[in-house]
Design a binder for this molecule. Structure first.
Ligand code: MG
Length: 227
């Protein structure tokens, strides 16, 4: 086997974040007596994504994301309400998620059976990620969750990956493969760290970034042909 350690991103790689996000935003607004329109969900998603990109670049903290995303959304949509309160409820509903991609189980089972050691590398919020993985029934495949807030650094920083390597106990870069959907955090991070990368391009998008993965897959099941 070429690799020993497989580092999986969580959201939009194994878990269907878009679906969980849509369900959580919908439940949240219904709770507040507001019908969740497609525009509302789309705007939330875009605002949130923009803030996470700023977080990846180290420009803002995770607390800034939590305090700003609904504040911005409510302001933009002209809805009265406390953005911080909205966020608290949203995080509750999100933690009730756990929609996974249909191939996730089969692929994890296959990799485990082949003797790969599997880990999660995520910039998400710790208790939310753990609950969602448990609800998705995927927890048992993974030896450890490397969550950015516990490591005090985040993908794509080299420091984040150094902490992962140190915790796993091997700095042999050729033994690692990172698999994820984000070019700016997973693929850039893997390249920064000097390990091989696999881009989950499930939406079959153009790669117009400067980051070029070693492998590109458009479905998780393609991993069985690589690993
Ligand atoms: Mg992701």
């Amino acid at each position: 086997m070429k690799y020993k350690y497989i580092l999986f991103d969580a959201d939009d790689t194994l878990l269907n974040f878009k679906e969980d996000e849509k369900n959580a935003v919908s439940a949240l607004f219904r709770d507040n007596g507001i019908e969740p329109t497609p525009l509302l969900i789309e705007r939330y998603s875009a605002i949130n994504l923009g803030l996470w990109k700023q977080f990846e670049r180290g420009e803002i903290s995770k607390n800034d994301i939590k305090s700003r995303r609904f504040t911005y959304l409510l302001e933009e949509m002209g809805i009265e309400g406390d953005g911080v309160e909205y966020d608290k409820k949203y995080r509750f509903y999100l933690s009730e998620g756990g929609v996974k991609f249909p191939e996730a189980d089969t692929v994890c089972k296959y990799l485990k059976a082949k003797g790969y050691r599997l880990f999660i590398v995520t910039n998400g919020i710790e208790n939310i990620q753990k609950k969602r993985f448990a609800r998705a029934g995927l927890n048992s495949y993974f030896e450890e969750f490397f969550i950015s807030e516990k490591l005090n650094t985040q993908k794509p920083a080299k420091e984040y990956f150094d902490k992962v390597f140190s915790s796993i106990g091997s700095f042999e870069k050729s033994e690692y493969l990172i698999i994820g959907d984000s070019l700016t955090s997973d693929i850039a991070g893997g390249i920064n760290a000097g390990i091989d990368t696999c881009w989950c391009n499930f939406k079959c998008e153009e790669n117009s970034s400067d980051y070029h993965p070693v492998y590109i897959i458009d479905n998780l099941s393609e991993l069985t042909g690589i690993l």
